[in-house]
Design a binder for this molecule. Structure first.
Ligand SMILES: [Zn+2]
Ligand SMILES: [Zn+2]
Length: 143
């Protein structure tokens, strides 16, 4: 199934605008502690790869959150924008920024072993522990 969609979105104040094209409508959720501290809850994103068009670059601040990735947010309003992997420039963009599309669906939940007990998503999805996720990533795109 290669049903792709295009989405437009912006941060709360509108200083940063994003356009995604040829996008798989799959939402990935990360329950890891770093994501939950960053966003106050689970991180829900779309894998935009390198196909992201952004305007308002002067309003984007980047936090170097690990050796392999960084997290971007709007300097004016604080809206979180994306998680970017350094080795392949893949952008995991926060789904909440975008106009909703009926094709969007929850596809993967990672770091399920770090999820707090006080919530659960009822949607059917792939679930991976942190160890399973790292094993999967190690098997694909080597830097
Ligand atoms: Zn903003
Ligand atoms: Zn995470």
């Amino acid at each position: 199934m290669n049903d792709t969609i295009s989405l437009k979105g912006q941060c709360l104040c509108g200083a940063v605008k994003n356009k995604l094209t040829e996008l798989k409508p799959n939402i990935d959720v990360c329950h890891c502690r770093v994501c939950r501290v960053w966003g106050g809850g689970p991180f829900m994103s779309l894998d935009a790869g390198q196909k992201i068009e952004t305007s308002g670059a002067q309003s984007i601040a980047v936090y170097d959150s690990s050796d392999w990735a960084e997290r971007a947010f709007c300097k004016q309003c604080g809206s979180h924008l994306y998680y970017r992997l350094k080795h392949n420039n893949a952008h995991h963009v926060l789904v909440g920024l975008f106009d909703m599309d009926d094709k969007l669906k929850l596809e993967n939940q990672i770091f399920i072993d770090e999820k707090p007990n006080f919530y659960n998503f009822a949607e059917q999805s792939i679930k991976m522990t942190g160890a399973e996720f790292f094993a999967m990533v190690a098997g694909e795109d080597e830097p």
